[in-house]
Design a protein around this ligand. Structure first.
Ligand code: KIV
Ligand code: ZN
Length: 517
């Protein structure tokens, strides 16, 4: 009999803290629904006290999913805990996740508190949270660099105060697998009442050991793993959900552990995240990279033809890579689109569906076959971004081999709260067509951030594939990423740049609202 491991997904909280991975409200809800389809046990929806936007997003997610627990993160202070509870309390199964740092270096330099004060704060925070819900998780931040005996006291007090899950994070990715497993074993053996709580692991990937550490801790007795889709997260990221789940599934006879994840939703979840944050899945990424199931060498191909098991330890189908389905053509109706959206995990209202249907038909006029990826790109483009401040209305570009310098003309719409949208137009020269378009947009908006990255990918195969452009920009320390998809890559570039500017403005607004976080 396999034992159950709970999957705690923190893509929308720790993952969203990774540079350039910010998502808007609709995108977060769409990701949360995808995680529900994936079958994770807990979604950490955000950090409600961090900003008004975070609070609203957590509340909206709590109201949007039903089959999964929703956690809100909070520091060990009453105001944070109350805000987290306010944001999640209407979820089908809410969880308060409160944390405080327990390592000497964090207690002394970050918190400016003595160990005894930290102990008191942890206990008081858990007690306060437990008065609101019986589902309380406590995390000892920087646990892996904490004094083990002190950590055991903190864990003991948190459990006595009502914590039902105790998380032992390797916050800075410092632990080694054997050592981390020993720490989990030590705490389970030495913290009184440890049998009353589920031990959880939360590993960062600074030394590339997040997955190995998480698995070692599960072997040692932990039964909750905190992970993110594609491993996104602070600095080098967190343990990747797809790697942990597939390691447990593929080597079930070794671990004797199982999760409730529907593995066939793994690839759709990674693809959805990649589309939302505008960062392509790296080709060599374990489990979901394009090369993960590609067999190039003759010897491997020969083996595969004779028996797939020679070089394949899991099938692409098992993670939901079925090959691309043709979704809809010129003559398909809105019912077919509705069914496809349901299959992809989107729930759109009638107005959104009408918008999307029109966009799909327009694309079908230009492109022979429309794939799942095309539909997903259109949902993000046409539905989730419709309330953005800046919008592209029209553009044209001239470029060639010399003579006349490249130039562009751009028409944009500017939305302001409570006022009618205003159209402005501008033209400019540039070093190339993309540069000319970006110059127009910068001069129209008055924003001139530093361009950190510009990347073009094809959404699907074929010469008529849509181009997906990712743009990463920085202004006064704020980094934003934008994505645009269009059959014309210069138009996709303009859309990506405008998307990045919209996100930049929102991020700056949030920073102004909450300068301390
Ligand atoms: O890495 C960490 O320690 C965290 C905690 C807040 C759980 O993300
Ligand atoms: Zn973390």
């Amino acid at each position: 009999m396999s034992e159950r491991v709970f999957i705690f997904d923190t893509t929308l909280r720790d993952g969203e803290q990774s540079p350039g991975a910010t998502m808007n409200l609709d995108e977060k809800i769409s990701m949360a629904r995808q995680l529900e389809l994936l079958g994770v046990d807990i979604i950490e929806a955000g950090f409600p006290a961090a900003s008004r936007g975070d609070f609203e997003a957590v509340r909206a997610i709590a109201g949007s999913v039903k089959e999964v627990q929703v956690a809100g993160l909070c520091r060990s202070v009453t105001r944070d805990i109350d805000l987290a509870w306010e944001a999640i309390k209407d979820a089908a199964e809410p969880r308060i996740h409160t944390f405080i740092a327990t390592s000497d270096i964090h207690m002394r330099h970050k918190l400016n508190k003595t160990p005894e004060q930290v102990l008191e704060m942890a206990e008081a925070a858990v007690r306060h949270a437990a008065a609101l819900t019986s589902n309380v998780e406590f995390s000892a931040e920087d646990a892996s660099r904490s004094d083990w005996a002190f950590l055991a006291r903190v864990v003991e007090r948190a459990i006595a105060a009502g914590a039902t899950t105790v998380n032992i994070p390797d916050t800075v990715g410092y632990a080694q697998p054997q050592e981390y497993a020993e720490l989990i074993g030590y705490l389970m053996a030495n913290a009184a009442g440890s049998h009353k709580a589920v031990f959880s692991v939360h590993c960062h990937n600074d030394l590339g050991l997040a997955l190995a550490n998480s698995l070692a801790a599960l072997v040692a007795g932990a039964r909750q793993a905190e992970v993110t889709v594609s491993g996104i997260g602070e600095r080098a990221g967190n343990a990747a959900l797809e790697e942990l789940v597939m390691a447990l599934a593929t080597r079930k006879e070794y671990y004797g552990l199982e999760t409730g994840v529907n593995t066939e939703q793994i690839y759709p979840a990674c693809r959805r995240l990649s589309q939302i944050i505008g960062q392509p899945i790296p080709p060599y990424k374990a489990i979901v990279g394009t090369n993960a199931f590609a067999h190039e060498s003759g010897i491997h191909q020969d083996g595969m033809l004779k028996n797939r098991l020679t070089y394949e330890i899991m099938t692409p189908e098992s993670i939901g890579r079925k090959g691309t389905d043709i979704v809809i053509g010129k003559h398909s109706g809105s019912h077919a689109l509705k069914a496809k959206l349901r299959e992809l995990g989107y729930q759109l209202d009638d107005e959104q569906l009408a918008l999307l249907f029109k966009a799909v038909k327009e694309l079908a006029d230009k492109k022979e076959q429309i794939f799942d990826e095309d539909v997903e790109a259109l949902v993000l483009e046409k539905v989730y971004r419709r309330l953005d401040r800046y919008r592209l209305v029209d553009m044209s570009v001239f470029s060639g081999t010399g003579g006349v310098p490249p130039h562009a003309a751009v028409v944009m719409e500017f939305m302001a709260e409570g006022a009618a949208a205003e159209q402005r137009r501008h033209s400019a020269f540039g070093e190339g067509p993309v540069d000319a378009v970006f110059t127009c947009i910068s001069e129209l908006t008055g924003l001139a951030p530093r361009l950190l990255r510009y990347q073009v990918n094809a959404v699907t195969g074929g010469t008529d594939a849509q181009g997906a452009v990712t743009v990463r920009i920085e202004d006064a320390g704020t980094i934003s990423v934008g994505r645009g998809t269009n059959e014309d890559i210069i138009v996709a570039s303009a859309m990506a740049y405008i998307n990045a500017l919209n996100r930049l403005e929102k991020l700056k607004e949030e920073k102004r609202e909450c300068p301390t976080l």
